[in-house]
Design a protein. Structure first.
Lengths: 341, 681, 299
């Protein structure tokens, strides 16, 4: 049984907590501008990074090639100063277990004991299932005691599917985060535990793709649904936009009345919100969480699930991710996570 | 006007998800669908021995029905009507245990690292545990509510024997033989399965080590038999296992449960709730064996039954709505609980008059309305016949009938169909004079009755931007396509709009205006269309197909000759379609986007029957088409279907034009606006 | 002005899901009709009004309560961070915080019946803080008090906070003790925050900050990004605002140009075309007036 705690810091501050060395830095590649920001910030703080693992997602490479970039691998090699001690894992964005297996191979070869190493993960561009399985592996299988997470906000999203303005018939395809659904499934290793005598509750961390929330709801058909809105949000108006985007789910008064909140950029406060829900309902309900909101909120639900092994994480796996869903970059946040056993 | 006073009037239809309803709410809002329960005549007994498959789209009422049949709700219902639960078991022929198959969890019973046979065994084991646990919960529920007098000795006896089904090597100590302990044991076994599922993805060769593993049927049938033997109150009762969302099972899992259904043992029987095409297979685990309708199960197709008993269906909707309205004090106190009163019923004749002039024309002065668009069309037709202006002026009063614009439209239609003005006038006069014995009266009457609504659509197309009204209780009933939730959602939308615009004034008016009802219908329709692409795997393809079909049907509604009135369905020989397209169709049916109807004869007796598909009528407002099943497109070819699903913009457009017989129309450029949804405003 | 169905639906959704169903179509219609075309055409003015309507940020009762929680959480983290940087573990830091909390006192900025003090009730409730942590009067501070946290709902120009800092009672506290002074405000305009930072030593805790781009007519306004449209919108709002509330308030108090409101009230920093009810103007969200003395209707 583990207990997870931590705190948030903004900007170039990680150096104060990890002194000057990081044993391992993990991130992935993306065409989003915020992709290298975490890495750059560590460099600016003069933090020495001994080893790097970079997930070279096949779909991102393909995307670059389709846009005429001849050798995208080289581009990222330079961007991340890839050296001989570093590891590039060429894996699919859609197969987090294989990605994890590849990482495990590398870690087994390179580290005898991971528990006390200083590991920093920049998860700004990583998709949620990946983050979940990575953290489960590092914190539970490899018994790490502390981990440092970085997240850079986007400056804006490419033409959010906003309900704020009247629709026109010519909305471009670029206005999506994900397309289609392969399945609504449990994130591997987060199937939770169900007491067969209890009813089911679904906690949905609201995002901007309301139809995905509806899909998850329809698939789970819970007895109780608790929507959690990201608030305070990255921008003040986002709190309303996410509500309106999820109108199809929230129009049922039984769901709307349960609406609660968690800050969009704080996993620990999100965890707190989930803890409150858990303490109120876990006696009578098996609780599933669907992290459709921001990535920091997803991290919060991950940490919560690591502490409560009966929690199930449900995710609508899309057919396609829009690898260009955001532009620019905003603040970088540091999340210092501690594990107590 | 109150400045910023918050409105206290709640939308009575604001909650409509059956899954969110607790037992009290299920009871509160329950309306017995007599047409489903009274099926004994054709061998379908919802509480009898033979397994029954309840098939219907989301929102048809399957979950509500199954939950209603559960022991929890039935006991609550009994207690609400009686002093105590003493005679509950005496008065009930069955005891229901409800279980819903959870899609995400079922799909975890498969992982690349373990062999399929492991997962198959695990699922069988899991299903036994689940139902066993449901049985225990049922007994505890009956005991708690004093419906069952189970003393500790009887309880020990039952639990001891039940444990023997699981583990003959380590029998439970007698003092441990309580239902609660048995429940804990079952839960412990389930926990071991969950642990395996959680750990398997991270292991190279995961192995499920826990023992024992319960053989299939041991608890499901064994415990039920035990109850009958050991509990006198259970004698001659059926134990009905109510399995909901069967479509969530994977293929192999369905085979496992199919096997149990095939070899069902009394007193157990099954009621399976599933979407249409929710059965991935009817095979069992035994080679060559499968479930056969009538022999092994009976089937109820919700939409079909509900739609084929129109009056019963409407009464059912009224009753459901009444309970919702009654739940809000303001509506109840003011006796505003009749949804038919709220929605009214609207006559197409009045709607037509509204399109043309907005009010009834009092006097028959031809000059007064000669400039009206539909009259202009009549004049155009007459001119085509080289009739002089003077002659036209004489003919017009005989061809027009201001009291009923649809009659005028019929006359226009007959002109377009090459009837002579003289013929038309003759038919028309006899009809107006009500010369019922005249054959011409019957001809004209039939033409009018058959084409009334279609003519209204044509009329509206002449008077753009006027829109078709979708309002009235009868119309709403038809828009639902047999899916009760559609009705609740339609009511929700129009009450939403009406409350926003009128507030508490609405209570005085006691009627939601046509305008708000239409807006509500359009909103619901648009939302239904917009979420089609979230259907897993084939959502985008289905949306493409539906968008194209809508455009074709919408176009056909404007056919000047009304070769087929109110086209809302099409035929295709499904056997010619590719596997991919078949899957798309099946998925569309499963999600009630398309609805399959009785097969139709093709033109030639030697050709196979054609499969008939209609768009869910809820889409009618979005595409501005009819909500009835009247007219159809001649059989689509395989190529047509594939183009409508997979084709690029140009090919799709050409196919739509051809299918909609666009070239027969007056010259008009097909715009993207028209192409992407005929009804898009 | 005829609004299309899509826009009407959006307004309806905002009303139902964001504005706590406070408005009806009639209220909204009456508000739009305020814009009669006295500066440009009625249609143009109502287009501007629509823009304002759809960009108005409203905090529901639930959200106000959650902001109270958020603010407290931020405060807690501030303190805990200091302990962690001093070498403590998170758990230790949290325990220390709970100990130190007994030496903190909460109060409101402004007068007891004003909105800042109204918030204090929510703040106490949602954070499960005992009454003993709250001062009835600032004079009740004892020598055991280590920190004083002043709670408020909104910081606009910063004038109130600066004035409060300069007040004799606070100056007395500063002079005669080592008490740390916190200003905890649920939301703030950045321009006001900067003023408070420059003119006081309050440590500021604020979970929701509105940057320059949220001032309706600022250079970086995202509500009116195009210069021409912004100027014409400003003219309209200024004209009506001036008519309604006078020069200082024409575009919100001292030109704050805010466009937000709370369940319990609308700050006067928000454009008065939103909240004023003078001279027959029908408000969208009425601002409840503060009456300082009988016969006085003022800010």
């Amino acid at each position: 049984m583990i207990k997870v705690d931590g705190f948030v810091e903004k900007g170039k501050i990680l150096g104060q907590y990890i002194n000057s060395t990081v044993d391992l830095f993990i991130t992935g590649i993306s065409s989003e501008e915020r992709c290298p920001k975490g890495w750059q910030m560590l460099k600016e703080e003069d933090i020495k990074i001994k080893n790097k693992v970079i997930f070279y997602f096949k779909e991102v490479i393909k995307g670059f090639k389709q846009e005429g970039v001849e050798n995208p691998q080289e581009y990222f090699d330079t961007l991340f100063d890839i050296g001989s001690g570093d590891c590039k894992l060429t894996v699919s964005l859609y197969d987090e277990i294989t990605g994890l297996m590849e990482l495990e191979k590398y870690l087994n070869e390179s580290f005898s004991e991971l528990k006390v190493k200083k590991i920093v993960i920049d998860f700004s561009i990583m998709i949620k299932p990946y983050i979940f399985v990575l953290l489960k592996y590092l914190l539970c299988e490899r018994n790490m005691e502390k981990i440092y997470l970085l997240y850079t906000e986007p400056a804006s999203y490419h033409k959010l599917k906003l309900k704020k303005v009247p629709k026109n018939n010519n909305q471009e395809d670029s206005e999506y985060f994900t397309k289609g659904t392969v399945k609504i499934g449990e994130v591997p290793t987060y199937s939770g535990k169900r007491e067969l005598t209890k009813k089911s509750a679904l906690v949905v961390l609201l995002g901007f793709e309301g139809e995905r929330a509806v899909q998850v709801f329809n698939e789970v058909s819970p007895d109780l649904t608790i929507p959690v809105n990201g608030f305070p949000a990255y921008r003040p108006e986002f709190k309303d936009l996410s509500i309106l985007s999820n109108e199809e789910l929230l129009k049922d008064s039984e769901i709307m009345k349960e609406l609660t909140y968690a800050p969009a950029n704080d996993p620990f406060e999100t965890k707190k919100t989930l803890e409150e829900i858990y303490s109120k309902h876990s006696d009578n309900y098996n609780i599933s969480v669907s992290p459709l909101g921001t990535k920091p909120m997803a991290i919060g639900s991950c940490l919560f699930a690591l502490e409560h092994s009966d929690i199930r994480i449900i995710y609508p796996y899309p057919i396609e991710y829009n690898i260009k869903s955001s532009k620019g970059f905003g603040e970088t946040w540091n999340y210092i996570v501690s594990i107590l056993r | 006007m109150n400045k910023n006073q918050k409105m206290d009037l709640t939308n009575p239809f604001a909650s409509f998800n059956a899954s969110l309803m607790n037992d009290d709410e299920i009871m509160k809002y329950w309306v017995q669908p007599q047409i489903l329960f009274e099926r004994q005549a054709i061998g379908i007994d919802l509480t009898g021995n033979i397994p029954v498959i309840l098939m219907g789209g989301r929102g048809t009422g399957k979950t509500t029905l199954l939950k209603f049949m559960s022991n929890e709700v039935q006991v609550k219902k009994y207690l609400s009507e009686h002093k105590d639960g003493k005679n509950f078991l005496k008065n009930t022929p069955y005891i229901g245990v409800y279980y819903r198959f959870d899609g995400p969890s079922l799909s975890s019973f498969t992982d690349r690292h373990a062999e399929e046979v492991v997962w198959e065994t695990l699922f069988k084991h899991y299903f036994e545990i689940v139902i066993g646990q449901k049985y225990v919960t049922m007994l505890l529920n009956l005991k708690k509510n004093k419906c069952l007098n189970l003393n500790s000795d009887s309880e020990k006896n039952i639990v001891y024997k039940a444990m023997m089904f699981i583990d003959t090597d380590y029998p439970l100590k007698e003092e441990m033989c309580t239902l609660k302990n048995f429940s804990k044991i079952l839960q412990g076994m389930a926990d071991e399965i969950f642990q395996f599922i959680n750990e398997a993805p991270l292991q190279k060769e995961p192995e499920f080590r826990s023992r024992p593993i319960i053989p299939p049927g041991k608890l499901i049938f064994g415990m039920a038999e035990l109850f009958i033997k050991e509990i006198p109150e259970f004698q001659r009762k059926n134990i009905v296992i109510l399995l909901d969302e069967y479509e969530n099972l994977l293929l192999q899992q369905q085979k496992i449960v199919n096997t149990l259904i095939k070899h069902v043992k009394q007193p157990v029987t099954f009621r399976i709730g599933t979407r249409i095409n929710g059965f991935k297979t009817y095979d069992t685990l035994n080679e060559g064996e499968f479930l056969m309708e009538d022999a092994d199960y009976r089937k109820i197709l919700f939409e079909d039954i509900l739609l084929s008993h129109t009056e019963n269906y409407k009464n059912l909707l009224k009753e459901i709505a009444r309970k919702r309205l009654e739940s809000i004090n303001m509506f109840k106190e003011n006796d505003l609980t009749d949804i038919e009163e709220w929605l009214g019923n609207f006559d197409p004749i009045n709607e037509a008059l509204g399109v043309v002039s907005g009010r009834k024309v009092q006097n028959h002065h031809i000059n007064e309305y000669k400039n009206q668009k539909h009259i202009q069309e009549i004049i155009k037709e007459l001119k085509k016949r080289n009739i002089s202006d003077v002659e036209i002026d004489k003919l017009l009063p005989q061809l027009t009938y201001p009291k009923n614009t649809l009659i005028e439209m019929l006359n226009l239609l007959l002109l377009r169909r090459e009837y002579s003005p003289k013929e038309i006038i003759n038919l028309f006069n006899l009809y107006i004079a009500r010369k019922k014995n005249a054959p011409e009266f019957k001809i004209y009457k039939e033409l009018y009755e058959k084409n009334k609504l279609a003519l209204l659509f044509q009329l509206i197309s002449l008077y753009r931007p006027k829109k078709k009204i979708y309002a009235g209780f009868d119309v709403f009933s038809m828009l639902t396509s047999g899916i009760i939730r559609n009705f609740l959602e339609l009511c929700y939308q129009c009450f939403n709009i009406a409350l926003f615009y009128e507030g508490e004034e609405l209570l005085k008016k006691r009627r939601i205006s046509q305008k708000y009802q239409t807006e509500g219908a359009e909103t619901r329709s648009e939302k239904f269309y917009n979420v089609i692409d979230i259907i897993p795997k084939y959502g985008n393809n289905i949306k493409s197909l539906v968008g194209s079909l809508g455009a074709v049907f919408s176009t056909c509604h404007m056919d000047s000759r009304l070769r087929e009135p109110e086209v809302t369905y099409f035929c295709v020989d499904k056997s010619l379609l590719s596997e991919d397209v078949k899957k798309i169709f099946n998925t569309a049916i499963k999600w009630s986007v398309l609805q399959q109807k009785k097969p139709m004869k093709s033109k030639s007796p030697t050709e196979p029957l054609l499969d008939v598909y209609a768009l869910n009528h809820i889409l009618a407002p979005y595409f501005c088409i009819s909500y009835r099943l009247r007219g159809r497109i001649p059989a689509f070819s395989k190529r047509d279907i594939e183009t409508l699903i997979f084709g690029d913009y140009d090919n799709k457009r050409n196919t739509i034009r051809r299918l909609g017989r666009w070239l027969d129309f007056d010259k008009k450029q097909l715009t993207l606006f028209d192409f992407n949804g005929g009804g898009k405003r | 002005m005829i609004r299309d169905k899509d826009t009407e639906n959006i307004i309806m959704d905002y009303n139902l899901y964001v504005w706590e169903n406070r408005l009806s179509q009639r209220n909204i219609g009456a508000w739009f009709n305020n814009f009669k075309g006295e500066v440009s055409s009625a249609d143009e003015e109502q287009e501007i009004a629509l823009k304002l309507l759809l960009n108005f940020i409203y905090y529901s009762e639930k959200e106000v309560k959650y902001l109270c929680k958020s603010a407290y959480s931020m405060f807690q983290k501030e303190i805990i961070k200091e302990f962690i940087l001093g070498g403590r573990s998170i758990d230790e830091a949290k325990s220390l915080f709970n100990e130190y909390l007994k030496r903190y006192k909460f109060s409101c900025i402004g007068r007891p019946s004003e909105s800042g003090c109204f918030i204090l009730y929510y703040f106490r409730q949602i954070n499960y803080l005992p009454l003993s942590f709250f001062l009835e009067r600032l004079d009740d501070i004892t020598e055991n008090t280590e920190s004083l946290i002043l709670v408020d709902d909104f910081l606009g120009t910063g004038d109130t906070a600066v004035l409060f800092w300069e007040s004799p009672i606070i100056q007395n506290i500063i002079k005669n003790s080592q008490i740390k002074l916190y200003y905890m405000v649920l939301s703030a305009l950045e321009i006001g925050l900067n003023k408070v930072k420059a003119n006081t030593n309050f440590k500021i805790i604020c979970p929701q900050i509105f940057g320059e781009e949220y001032r309706v007519f600022s250079n970086s306004s995202f509500i009116f990004p195009q210069e021409e449209k912004k100027e014409s919108a400003k003219k309209v709002c200024e004209f009506y605002g001036n008519n309604l509330e006078g020069g200082k308030y024409a575009l919100g108090y001292k030109g704050s140009e805010a466009l937000l409101g709370f369940h319990h009230n609308i700050p006067n920093n928000t454009l008065p075309v939103i909240w004023s009810d003078k001279k027959g103007w029908f408000p969208l969200f009425l601002r409840e007036k503060k009456i300082y003395k009988m016969g006085d209707i003022n800010e």
